[in-house]
Design a protein around this ligand. Structure first.
Ligand code: GSH
Length: 224
């Protein structure tokens, strides 16, 4: 198998960590987002969306990080993607929530618009409105995650056991810290993210994004 990815990519890191944790035999092919390699015709032939990640398994090619994570977990028969109908539905539910609610307002609305020049809006006014809209809604989702979806008793997003939803969610929630948010406002989220950070593969997988985060003008960014 081969994974096209970039370590600064939020949607690549859950796959990098799952692959590392499980010793999945996959060739790791960096697509350099910073030089625009993904915009070239060679990569467009791999993914017409010109986005990472992409998984190749023989002649089967798969885009969409959430679908790839499920495919990998199923392929290696991992307990992190339970077979029980309802347990699996919970994992799917959580991953959809992360990929739609949280991602839209936290990643795109609040974080990317502030830290990636190509996501910046064309005028000061439109930038201010975009960030304020994202920030307010992202705070709401973070509170829902903290108080309702996690709560004080849950070790992981879907219950007492680690699932692929945790790999997926950690990468998005960590973005809040990338822009300098203090997660102590969300103690259950903080406890859970710290649990994920305690995994032996975390540091290497998150090294690139943390290095990037260290260069950001913290304190000047809107946080959640
Ligand atoms: N829905 C896609 C989104 C993939 C995506 O947004 N990838 C970003 C990196 S996190 C990317 O390739 N960005 C390049 C660009 O926007 O030019 C997935 O989940 O795989």
């Amino acid at each position: 198998m081969k994974l096209y990815y970039h370590p600064a990519s939020t949607t690549s890191r859950p796959l990098m960590m799952f692959i590392a944790d499980n010793g999945v035999a996959a060739e790791m092919q960096i697509v350099d987002l910073f030089t625009g390699e993904h915009m070239g015709e060679a990569y467009a032939a791999v993914n017409p969306n010109r986005l990472v990640p992409v998984l190749e398994d023989g002649d089967f090619r798969l885009t969409e990080s959430s679908a790839i994570l499920k495919y990998l977990a199923e392929k290696i028969d991992s307990p992190t993607y339970p077979k029980d109908l309802r347990q699996r539905a919970r994992v799917n539910e959580m991953m959809d929530w992360i990929n739609t609610q949280l991602c839209r307002d936290l990643a795109y609305g609040t974080v990317y618009s502030q830290i990636f020049p190509f996501h910046k809006r064309p005028t000061e006014e439109s930038q201010r409105i975009t960030v304020a809209w994202g920030q307010e809604r992202a705070k709401t989702w973070m509170k829902v995650l903290d108080e309702k979806l996690l709560g004080p008793d849950k070790l992981y997003l879907c219950g007492p056991e680690l699932t692929i939803a945790d790999y997926y969610g950690a990468s998005f929630v960590h973005l809040a810290e990338v822009i300098g948010s203090d997660l102590s406002a969300y103690p259950n989220v903080k406890g859970w993210l710290d649990r994920m950070k305690g995994r032996s593969t975390w540091q290497k997988v998150y090294e690139a994004i943390n290095g990037f985060a260290n260069q950001l003008p913290k304190g000047q960014l809107a946080t959640v």
